[in-house]
Ligand binder design. Structure first.
Ligand SMILES: [Cu+2]
Length: 316
């Protein structure tokens, strides 16, 4: 159990924002309360054992005294402890991390996170920018994330930035993210959603506001049509029946939008790094990298595969 805390990128005990700090302090309150409860009950057990032995045979303590002990310590103390933890959780943490009902649109950035089997699609309302598994936000800014699902129940969770939020088909949920410094924070799908649930990770890049504006402007631009051989492979092959590249005829939405695929650092839900070699391997054998995912292995080789990868690498 202790080893599970080592080297994790998803660490609720290293909060980087106010919501996550509240969750972390609740964790410490719970740990303190439960440790106290365990110590208390253990002490009572030991006391009863010692007392019984020191009294010797034949002498029973009064039944009335026994009831008083049971009621005050066994019931009173336990109820007081649980009520305290409940008040801390509800008043200070649940309300503190809740998204204000009247989250004033326009005063902060709104992004939309849509859970798919098994990747996250992120888009920025009011702009054409769409990305997958890598969300960029400005640091030190409250970002409202509208959490949706395209298929089954998923859960959007960035442990260092705030609480979890379920993505439920047909329901609009929201959670606020706030990063108090620039950095990369890992997120996970936190609701078991099928075969590749464990490979439905994502990264949140908290950029400086200027870097974020630049990034968003670049992501909003369409791709330039190149008429390169690799682009022809993409348009004529099966790729264009599942993926969109804005600015080209490819306009399908079964899989992630690939307009700026070369600007991402990872592929397939943070499963492999986005290098030309890994990209080629993903195209021909995504089923062995992420078995059961919704993209079939595409039998391409030699020059065609090289041209296709070279084209995708231009989509910065
Ligand atoms: Cu999921």
């Amino acid at each position: 159990m202790l080893l599970a805390g080592c080297g994790s990128q998803t660490d609720i005990l290293h909060p980087a924002g106010p919501g996550a700090s509240d969750v972390a302090s609740l964790w410490w309150w719970m740990l303190g309360g439960c440790s106290f409860g365990l110590a208390f009950v253990t002490a009572l057990l030991v006391a009863a054992y010692v007392r019984r032995r020191s009294m010797g045979p034949g002498r029973e303590p009064g039944e009335r005294a026994g009831w008083i002990v049971i009621l005050t310590l066994g019931v009173g103390v336990m109820v007081a402890g649980l009520v305290t933890l409940f008040v801390v959780a509800d008043i200070f943490v649940i309300r503190g991390t809740e998204t204000p009902a009247a989250a004033a649109a326009g005063t902060k950035l709104t992004v939309r996170a849509v859970g798919h089997l098994w990747y996250w699609e992120f888009d920025y309302p009011g702009t054409p920018a769409v990305t997958a598994d890598e969300l960029h936000i400005p640091a030190r800014t409250t970002v409202l994330v509208q959490v949706r699902s395209a298929d089954v129940i998923h859960s959007f969770w960035v442990p260092e930035l705030n609480r979890k939020m379920d993505a439920i088909p047909g329901q609009d949920n929201a959670v606020e993210l706030y990063a108090d410094h620039p950095g990369v924070f890992r997120g996970e799908c936190n609701q078991y959603c099928g075969l590749q649930h464990a490979h439905m990770g994502f990264l949140v890049f908290a950029d400086t506001p200027a870097a974020f504006r630049q990034w968003l402007a670049r992501q909003s631009a369409p791709a330039r049509a190149t008429a390169s051989p690799g682009e022809r492979v993409f348009m004529q092959g099966p790729c264009s029946s599942c993926h969109a590249i804005r600015g080209t005829p490819a306009n399908a939405h079964v899989g992630p939008d690939l307009t700026h695929i070369a600007s991402r650092t990872t592929l397939g839900g943070v499963t492999i790094p986005n290098t030309p070699a890994e990209l080629a391997r993903w195209i021909t054998s995504s089923q062995s990298i992420k078995p059961g995912n919704q993209m079939p292995n595409v039998a391409l080789g030699g020059a065609k595969l090289r041209e296709l990868v070279a084209y995708l690498e231009t989509l910065k």
